[in-house]
Design a protein around this ligand. Structure first.
Ligand SMILES: Cc1ncc(COP(=O)(O)O)c(C=O)c1O
Length: 452
């Protein structure tokens, strides 16, 4: 019999706790700062936006946090997710490397995003929230939060980045099926949206702008809270169910990863798969962790490690992170979920510590990798994880040169069934690679506030 392909766990293997990497950082995280005073923000500063339980998770130093039973119960709809050995891809590449991927596309909405959406909706429900407002890029997060809110009987309103609103009409249908209300961003519904539209009536929007709109609506309504699909500590922590399962599954396969790869927009799927492996790395294992970002929005490879706002207008607390400047609006690449000016503070911290490395790719080479992946493994990836696949293939090709039998693990964070317009664009030869937006980034960098 050929090598085993799938490594499957049972429901009882769904993790009972989330792993909080904050407890194990070589250097503590710089605190979030209040946008007005520039002083460290306290729990009360976040209270208009998030339920208190999530705020406490945000600052917790506990290594493990229990997953509430109703959340684990809901996870059973799609968790544990499979770990698959990419035997077809290995063969096509002729590499001695062993390539494994954790497939998060089996969730109801087709990505890793419900791992945190379910948890956030649960804590909101416990604290009496009637409505959650959020932003979405590609629509993956929006559909995850709409799904999660419906499960817990909460309303959802989603500001969807206008570039994706036009590119991905069926994501809108999906959010509507789950009872969500969707608005194209920038919109005329908020002061933030009107400001941006006054500057550019054809603005393609950005995650930063959509966040400004969602935050504005939240602070104006007492029964409403905000939810973020990435970047914040608690969001990354909820995603660690991915890596905890992967540890067990790699063990079943009798291997340990030499290289762990994920695409990074705000950093949540990569952190989810990678963080549970960090304690072993700190204890001496030489696993490499690779973050892959688009050349059109290269916060880690070209950005600055500085305090900056999480949104375009400057309403959120200041976070110490890799940033291109909060006013930066990336070109409309198809990986809408990677069009963000910043990076999660936890991931930024670990990048600074030399534990993570980062690289960037243009979109065409990523889609080329995705089409090769679909031809050999069958699954059509979402545009975001095509970046992880590109890097995994490149690392496997290095092994082909050197003859090393490295074990490569990457996160396939979602499927691309609702992203066919992106594939059409690639297959018709019309897809463009945007030149590195040096001038726009230089201009946006001037928006990074002077702190301290
Ligand atoms: C399928 C998929 N992968 C990755 C991302 C990037 O986000 P993050 O870096 O938080 O995982 C997104 C964001 O929308 C996504 O939809």
């Amino acid at each position: 019999m050929a090598d085993q392909k799938q490594f499957l766990l049972s429901e009882s293997d769904i993790p009972k706790q989330w792993y909080n990497v904050s407890a194990d950082l070589p250097k503590p995280l710089d605190p979030a700062l209040h946008p007005g005073t520039g002083q460290p923000a306290g729990p009360e500063d976040f209270a208009p936006l998030f339920p208190m339980e999530l705020i406490m998770q945000e600052v917790s130093q506990d290594r493990w946090i229990d997953i509430p039973e109703p959340v684990r119960d809901m996870y059973r709809i799609w968790r544990p997710t499979p770990l698959i050995r990419a035997t077809g891809l290995e063969k096509a590449l002729g590499t001695p490397a062993k390539i494994f991927y954790k497939y998060e596309g089996t969730s109801p909405v087709g990505s890793h995003k419900p791992n945190t959406a379910i948890a956030q909706a649960y804590y909101n429900k416990m604290e009496g929230t009637k409505r959650i407002v959020t932003e979405t890029g590609a629509g993956q997060w929006g559909s995850a939060i709409a799904f999660a809110c419906q499960q817990f009987g909460i309303e959802s309103k989603i500001f969807m980045v206008s570039a994706s609103f036009d590119q991905k009409p069926y994501r809108k249908s999906m959010m509507q099926i789950y009872g969500g209300t969707i608005v194209s961003s920038p919109s005329t519904e908020t002061e933030a949206g009107r400001t941006i539209l006054a500057q550019d009536p054809n603005s393609p929007g950005s995650l930063g702008i959509a966040i400004s709109e969602a935050v504005e609506v939240t602070v104006q309504n007492d029964d409403t809270k905000y939810a973020l699909g990435s970047v914040l500590n608690h969001v990354l922590m909820h995603q660690t169910v991915i890596g905890q399962e992967a540890i067990k599954q790699m063990d079943m396969a009798g291997v340990y990863p030499d290289i762990i790869i994920g695409c990074a927009g705000g950093g949540s799927n990569l952190s989810g798969i990678a963080f549970p492996f960090i304690p072993e790395r700190i204890a001496g294992k030489d696993t490499r962790f690779i973050a892959v970002e688009p050349e059109a929005s290269p916060s880690m490879t070209r950005g600055k490690f500085a305090y900056d706002f999480g949104d375009a207008i400057g309403m959120t607390p200041l976070l110490k992170m890799h940033t291109l400047g909060h006013t930066f609006i990336p070109n409309p690449i198809h990986a809408g979920g990677l069009r963000y000016h910043g990076m999660a503070p936890l991931l930024s911290n670990l990048l600074e510590a030399g534990i993570f490395e980062a690289r960037s790719y243009h979109q065409k080479t990523c889609f080329e990798a995705a089409v090769q992946f679909a031809a050999t493994e069958g699954i059509i990836p979402a545009p975001e994880p095509t970046h992880a696949i590109r890097a995994a293939i490149d690392e496997a090709l290095v092994c082909k040169e050197t003859g090393e039998e490295k074990v490569i693990l990457f996160n396939l964070s979602g499927h691309g069934h609702l992203d066919m317009s992106a594939y059409d664009n690639y297959l018709s030869g019309e897809m463009v690679d945007y030149a590195y937006p040096a001038e726009e980034i230089a201009r946006a960098m001037e928006s990074v506030p002077q702190v301290g």
